[in-house]
Design a protein around this ligand. Sequence first.
Ligand SMILES: Nc1nc2c(c(=O)[nH]1)N[C@H]1C(S)=C(S)[C@@H](COP(=O)(O)OP(=O)(O)OC[C@H]3O[C@@H](n4cnc5c(N)ncnc54)[C@H](O)[C@@H]3O)O[C@H]1N2
Ligand code: MOO
Length: 408
Amino acid sequence: MEFFNVISVDEVKNILKENFSDLCINLEEVSILNCLDRILGEDIISDINVPEFNRSTVDGYAIKSSDSHGCSDSLPSFLDVAGEVNMGESIDTKIKSGQAVYVPTGGMIPEGADSVIMIEHVEKLDDITIAIHRPLFPGENVIYKGDDIKKREVILNKGKKITPQDIGVLASLGVGTVKVYKKPKFYIISTGDEIIDLDEELTLGKIRDINGYALYSLIEKLGGEIVNRVIVKDDYELLREEVDKALNTSNIILISGGSSVGTRDFTYDVINSFDGKGVLVHGVSIKPGKPTLIGEGKGKVIFGLPGHPVSSIIVFKIFVEYLVKEIIGINKEINKTKAIMDYNIHSSPGKETYQMVSLDERDGKLYAVPNFGKSGLITLLSKSCGYVVIKSEEEGLYKGQEVDMYFI
Ligand SMILES: Nc1nc2c(c(=O)[nH]1)N[C@H]1C(S)=C(S)[C@@H](COP(=O)(O)OP(=O)(O)OC[C@H]3O[C@@H](n4cnc5c(N)ncnc54)[C@H](O)[C@@H]3O)O[C@H]1N2
Ligand code: MOO
């Protein structure tokens, strides 16, 4: 029987980088109304300024701010009204000192003007003369050409998860379609004679497929597509047949359970049975998640996730998300926050330890409160909102210490 050859998290990440950097996820072009939460596959570079003209943010009179300097209630400035801007139209008039032009909110500011005085601060003396009683600073109530977006600026980066506000940016540029990454295709296989699906009878000794469903949702959250979710008995041939289907239809194959070294753990041999490099990792110095397997077959990546639900989800967060976000380079969302440890916690010697925590807000500060339990208990995760990491060389984390808390 093969035993683990345990390596560190960083070594595993390097192996992923060395072997799967060219795992190709193609692009597709979609309408901006269908691109929410998709991953941008190109940099968006503006070919215009937004706005293309200086614009008023109020209804008022565009003036030279220097004409207002020193004026007050007792010493108003008198200005000649030289015209009016029509909404949506350009204006050729060039403002000279002593002149004002009426501009509606959003209207174009005539050349020569650098500020707009609101109509409620203006005294209209007759059709062609106004008095103003307060000084303006240059730029007051003005959005300048290019203030929002400058021509040739990279305004959205490749790899970004597209938000509703990004769709607003695309619309402002007149961009109707964008290139997004096709969703990476995942195939989820839960293994074990004891694993049953939701519609099967729960008899003693059986357990419902927790991992398949939890992984399904993690993949959706990450922006992947699920090709299939199946349960396979502990049988070498059946597992090999299913993995073969997965390799022909998907980019990333997740097999949960059977990653350890028991007599019914076939994942290792199945991974080695295909054309390719076979098993690259078997055993990682982490807790939970030690019996993790990673391999390559037919140019695809196969993860053998430990069967215990907490372990399979944590290993997904550490390595599958790393592959998708950092190596394939899609969905670079940051998913962590700073928090203060609420208790002392110690590590498992020689292992990078992932400690589940809840967040508690007190006096405007976030505290990470540890939750303890075995890695076979899914409720340990459902009552936690994330985890903190104790590095293998650290003895633990101390009450009062500031830490990064990673959301699950
Ligand atoms: N002799 C050793 N035994 C074990 C070691 C070890 O180092 N030496 N490591 C332990 C650790 S750590 C873990 S984690 C497990 C991982 O084992 P497997 O990946 O082979 O998983 P299974 O044995 O198939 O299952 C473990 C446990 O999880 C339950 N399970 C499996 N799949 C699901 C699922 N889809 N949904 C819900 N629960 C699932 C399964 O019933 C078992 O209870 O190995 C230890 N053993
Ligand atoms: O991955 Mo195991 O959960 O360390 O028990």
